[in-house]
Design a protein around this ligand. Structure first.
Ligand SMILES: C[S@@+](CC[C@H](N)C(=O)[O-])C[C@H]1O[C@@H](n2cnc3c(N)ncnc32)[C@H](O)[C@@H]1O
Length: 285
């Protein structure tokens, strides 16, 4: 696992999303995750929704089932799943700014519930969910084994897990770690970036049976040229963006450095993006 040279706490993760809230909503929108391109002709918004649809297909969601969205961001994935698949969704996030916006969705959809809660110290009962999903949140968890153990505990027997994760390539070289992977973890508040092999091992140690792993790196990487372009446009046209970047009190301005690094990390294969699916055996409590 790639570990940043400065430890990253859950409080730092919450602060990252709270401080960068307006920038995330400007640049990414209500979905704070990659897009998925299949034909290459998808619009950016279409690609973002395609990523959720791809996960929903992998889980084979059934109307009325209960899904937990671990690291739910602004709740847009939860709302999409409830609308398109008729599932109930409980979402958790560390960020006060995100929960404020997510809660606004509950008014229009009684199938949604959002809690500001640390997944690693969650209050859910054993066997509460039919599915647990985590879209780009496991990277932020300091204890990856506990992340999987909690998913296992809170799933019903036979329940399914689906995770989209930023991954380090197996056996990364020292220059990749020094110039790309370690700074990406530090600047983006990731306490650790695992490899595919480590994710599989954590899932299996928790008790899951693996269903699959899909490498989607090439299909998602366009996200970063789009984001870099949007940030560049904002910097040229918006004084508040320039002020934020130039202000030494902006603790999370350092994340701007990660945009070109992540773009390059995908191009060099240093970073990967994958969908891991697994299930809790149906004979286990
Ligand atoms: C990259 S954002 C993804 C948000 C959302 N899944 C989406 O796709 O729009 C990462 C999310 O993980 C959440 N997160 C990180 N660590 C967490 C933890 N320990 N417990 C709950 N949420 C966490 C953050 O608060 C944030 O909402």
């Amino acid at each position: 696992m790639i570990i940043p040279r400065e430890p990253q706490s859950s409080a730092a993760v919450a602060e990252h999303y709270d401080e960068l809230d307006r920038f995330y909503r400007d640049i990414w929108g209500e979905h704070v995750h990659h897009g998925l391109w299949t034909t290459g002709r998808e619009t950016p918004d279409g690609a973002v929704e395609a990523l959720i649809a791809h996960l929903a297909d992998a889980l084979a969601l059934v109307h009325g089932q209960h899904v937990c969205d671990v690291g739910c961001g602004y709740g847009a994935t939860a709302e999409w799943l409830a609308r398109h698949h008729g599932v109930r969704v409980t979402g958790v996030t560390l960020s006060a700014a995100q929960i404020g916006r997510a809660d606004q969705r509950v008014v229009g959809s009684p199938r949604l519930r959002f809690l500001r809660q640390d997944w690693l110290a969650n209050t859910f009962e054993d066997g509460a969910f039919d599915h647990v999903i985590a879209i780009e949140s496991s990277e932020h968890m300091p204890d990856k084994q506990r992340f999987f153990d909690e998913a296992y505990r809170t799933l019903k027997p036979g329940g399914r897990l689906a995770i989209y994760a930023w991954l380090a390539r197996d056996r990364s070289r020292s220059w990749e770690e020094r110039l790309l992977l370690e700074p990406i973890c530090r600047e983006g508040r990731l306490p650790g970036m695992g490899t595919e092999a480590e994710y599989r091992a954590w899932a299996e140690k928790a008790g899951f049976d693996m269903d699959g792993f899909e490498d989607l790196s090439r299909r998602v990487r366009r996200t970063w040229s789009l984001c870099a372009g949007r940030v560049a446009t904002k910097l040229l046209t918006r004084p508040d963006y320039r002020r934020y970047l130039l202000d030494a009190r902006s603790k999370n301005r350092v994340f701007a450095l990660s945009l070109p690094r992540i773009w390059l990390a995908y191009r060099t294969g240093s970073m990967r993006y994958g969908l891991l699916t697994a299930h809790k055996p149906s004979d286990r409590a």
